[in-house]
Design a protein around this ligand. Sequence first.
Ligand SMILES: [Zn+2]
Length: 235
Amino acid sequence: MRRRIASASLVLALPLHAATIAVDVGHSLGAPGATSAYGEPEFFYNRSLALEVARQLRGAGHLVLLVGADGEEAGLRSRPEMAAVAHADLFVSIHHDSAQQRFLHPWTVDGVQRWYTDFSGYSLFVSRQNPAFAASAACAQAISRQLRQRGFQRTLHHSAEIAGEGRPRFDRALGVYEADFAVLRHASMPAVLFEAGVILNRDDAVSLRRPATRARMAGAVTAAMGDCLAARPRE
Ligand SMILES: [Zn+2]
């Protein structure tokens, strides 16, 4: 009898919608992406957040393939190909954002001139060239909703009103944009590129390096999986 109760609770503990999710660490040690307002390379922000996202997804019962965590340049085509080999249900590329040069202001940190911007917040990108565009967009919207519930704000600095950006908005309220980034185009499964915040923003850079912030963001991504993978339309 006791054994029967134990196995019943084990079944209840299993996630309702366990999936295989590829978590891609944007950039590499050799080409680390943007530089924060304090001089820190984007790659390290990306890796720290990706590891926390992977940890929480695994905790929720999902299988996770981490791509690019060793810092070797994986290649923008081979990253989603690795996800395809693993039969991933979703590809999430983790990045931290910059801004165009004309929105940057100089300041000095420890005697070194650095750059900062006043733009702040997260954004999400999906590509119509991805064969699972609708599912990609649904996941991006689900992640954004969960982020908003946890008090994070989206940035609008990629939207078409900003000259030189002109990213088509998929969902302005939720900060979801269309962009044909290589990892999104080459992915055969739903794919989302997540800019967690603007590390050229002095407040974002400080907040995003805190483990508590990463934990809240990863919690949002993990909670969104239950929404978007379950609701995924057939394509
Ligand atoms: Zn990046």
